[in-house]
Design a protein around this ligand. Structure first.
Ligand code: F6R
Length: 241
């Protein structure tokens, strides 16, 4: 079931999402956090870093697993998700580097997928944070991805590459492929926290919550998840029934 919490704007969305994370980290310092990249979680990550600095909330016993990574970008490229996560979150927390996992590029893609599935099989994710693509993707699971998928390589849709072009000098530099946690793996998280902001997410949010459960809208898989909370600002909620 998807519990919908509508808030005024991006800052309120970030603050509400932070409350959810803080409650989990406080109750269970050795929690497993599933994390996401993109613009939407940045405000939440700023709240987490500020709270760590001001209130000493510790992540020294926490573990993190990220959703996805581009293929074809060196790890130290500023737009790799490895760099993004260190810049926007990990460098501001006390989490040990050895407790951080992201899917990785490598010569043998199948081996990299298998390696990440092993990592995911060994953990129980307490909360998986998600954003949503304007086409309804979660992680980089584009429309048409089977709901029982595990870690896999994806060809990014043109719309996804266009959406992400803002981070690169030109569209030609946006990678064409990524490695992503599958929908089946995302669905195993105890709790899912999806954040969405802005009018360009309104159609995807409506399709996820009110539309038929269909592989055309990957996020609609969450209709069958036992504990999903969607924190959505007014603009992104504007097409909800
Ligand atoms: C990021 C991810 C993607 C994004 C989605 C929304 O790790 O997996 O699904 O959450 O593309 O991106 P933003 O937040 O930039 O609109």
């Amino acid at each position: 079931m998807i519990k919908v919490v509508t808030v005024k704007d991006y800052d309120e969305m970030s603050a509400k999402a932070f409350e959810v994370i803080k409650e989990i980290v406080t109750a269970k310092p050795d929690c497993v956090l599933g994390l996401a990249t993109g613009s939407t979680p940045i405000g939440l990550y700023q709240n987490m870093v500020r709270d760590h600095e001001e209130n000493g909330t510790s992540y020294s016993n926490a573990r993190t697993v990220n959703l996805d990574e581009y293929l074809g970008l060196p790890k130290d490229h500023p737009e790799s998700y490895y760099s993004f996560m260190h810049r926007n979150l990990f460098s501001g927390l006390d989490i040990p580097e050895t407790s951080i996992s992201l899917p990785e590029d490598g010569e043998d893609k199948a081996a990299q997928c298998e390696k990440y599935d092993k990592i995911m099989d060994a953990v129980e994710v307490d909360v998986q944070l998600l954003g949503i693509g304007s086409n309804g993707h979660i992680g980089f699971n584009e429309p048409g991805t089977p709901f029982d998928s595990k870690t896999h390589v994806v060809d990014l849709n043109d719309s996804t590459r266009q959406d992400n072009a803002r981070f690169f000098d030109s569209i030609d530099e946006v990678p064409t492929q990524a490695i992503t946690m599958g929908i089946g793996t995302i669905m195993k998280a105890k709790k899912v926290l999806l954040v969405a902001s802005g009018a360009n997410k309104a159609d995807a949010v409506a399709a996820m919550v009110n539309g038929p459960k269909s592989e055309n809208t990957p996020a609609s898989a969450l209709q069958s998840h036992p504990d999903t909370i969607l924190i959505v600002d007014e603009a992104a909620a504007s097409k909800l029934a």
